[in-house]
Design a protein around this ligand. Structure first.
Ligand code: ADP
Ligand code: MG
Length: 404
């Protein structure tokens, strides 16, 4: 059984909270989007109100330890959580102590000086090489700094790292309580409904788009088992067109996935676009045309689904009772290629009786950008994590470890 943060006795206790503060930055080093910080506030505020000493841990970006010491230093500077501590302080309306050290004297003394209701943010957990390896020594050390652990980093729950799995495992061994926070609770509830909808929650459809074909293509298998239909769009569609023997011009195609695509098509549940918007160049499009998918001209690149496909997909959406969407339908960031993604937003908004979830960094950003976030039942904060929730029936390492 898993426990909620509500069940913890935290007054005067040091509570380590794993949050997902992996926020995007602008080139000038300021935070571009603070959604992930805002999403963690309910858990943090509750712990403050209950008089806990809150110790926040998060990763930010990637640090490649195979690089030269100079390059590693540069990556660390670029991925510092210091600006996040400032922003969090503004959002909470109280001081947030920042420890630039991820172990040793600075970290320990700053934790020791915390009073009840104080908040500390530790520097990027990936400053430690052992974080991504779930290193036992590092996990035991970090676990020794707290009396309890709360998991509220849904976007990292699919990774077995020291801060997501190592610390709670160690704490459990020591008899210290572990729990999930409000954000994780909300995500488990919403995505749980997409894992295996009941007969009265069907038809269940998935819309799968975006770019990262190689990583997402594996999830199609499990979606085909769960869903009544899987609608494919985005760059991924072109691999399927090639698998059917169509010409795909200069579109993004994964040659080594063609057999897999054919195998998926054999299920009879996959719905492919019938119309596509193509351009003569990705970076500087001058010629843009809407064509049938079996008529894609040489030298042109598929950028979006066509209006006819929006209509076809909308009919499936209208009829559905559960909808899971990951990955934009086209290159929505570029003017002229956003209509497919926007059309899907509109169709989902129009079906008020369906349970609709969008998960994925870019798809969630598109939904927000177009002003449709409140029209969805749930906008997930996890990209990879939301896909893996469905793929592995909710069994993510960072959630499994919270069981007694
Ligand atoms: P998410 O973050 O929602 O999981 P991905 O990261 O997989 O989605 O993909 C998002 C990216 O896919 C967007 O930047 C979008 O421009 C790109 N994309 C969508 N359709 C196409 C296409 N036809 N060709 C190239 N890129 C595409
Ligand atoms: Mg993305």
């Amino acid at each position: 059984m898993k426990h909620s943060v509500d069940e913890l006795e935290v007054k005067g206790k040091k509570v380590i909270v794993r949050v997902d503060f992996n926020v995007p930055f602008k080139d000038d080093g300021t935070i571009r989007d603070d959604n992930r910080i805002v999403a963690a506030l309910p858990t943090i505020k509750t712990l403050i109100a209950k008089g806990a000493k809150v110790i926040l841990m998060s990763h930010l970006g990637k640090i490649d330890f195979k690089k030269t010491p100079e390059e590693i230093e540069k990556a660390k500077k670029k991925n510092s959580l210091a600006p996040v501590a400032v922003r969090l302080g503004e959002l909470l309306g109280k001081e947030v102590v920042f420890s630039n050290a991820t172990r040793g004297e600075e970290l320990e003394s700053k934790i020791a000086s915390l009073k009840d209701g104080d908040v500390l943010l530790m520097q990027n957990s990936r400053y430690e090489k052992g974080e991504s390896k779930n290193d036992p020594e590092l996990s035991a050390y970090w676990a020794s700094l707290g009396d309890a652990y709360v998991m509220d980093a849904f976007g990292s729950a699919h990774r077995a790292h020291a801060t997501t799995v190592g610390i709670p495992s160690e704490m459990k061994k020591e008899g210290k309580p572990v729990a999930y926070g409000y954000l994780v609770e909300k995500e488990i509830k919403a995505l749980g409904r997409c894992v295996n909808p009941q007969p009265d929650e069907r038809p269940y459809i998935a819309i799968l788009g975006g770019l990262k074909v190689s990583s997402k293509i594996q999830v199609i298998d499990s979606l085909l088992k769960k869903c009544d239909n899987v609608l494919i769009c985005g760059a991924m569609a072109y691999t399927f067109f090639r698998a059917q023997g169509y010409k795909t011009g200069t579109s993004y195609v994964e040659e080594d996935q063609l057999d897999y695509a054919r195998k998926c098509l054999a299920s009879g549940k996959i719905i492919l676009p019938n119309q596509t918007v193509v351009a003569d160049s990705f970076d500087d499009p001058k010629v843009v045309k809407t064509v049938n998918v079996y008529d894609l001209p040489d030298g042109m690149e598929g950028m979006d689904i066509g209006p006819n496909t929006v209509d076809v997909f909308s009919a499936y959406i209208k009829n559905a009772k559960t909808i899971f969407w990951n990955g934009p339908c086209g290159v929505f960031e570029k003017p002229g290629f956003e209509k497919g993604t926007l059309g899907i937003c509109k169709a989902i908004a129009a079906n008020k009786s369906a349970f609709s979830v969008v998960g994925g960094g870019d798809s969630a950003a598109a939904v927000k950008q177009f002003g449709y976030a409140d029209k969805f039942s749930h906008v997930s904060t996890g990209g990879g994590a939301s896909l893996e929730m469905i793929q592995f029936d909710g069994k993510l390492p960072g959630l499994e470890v919270l069981d007694d």
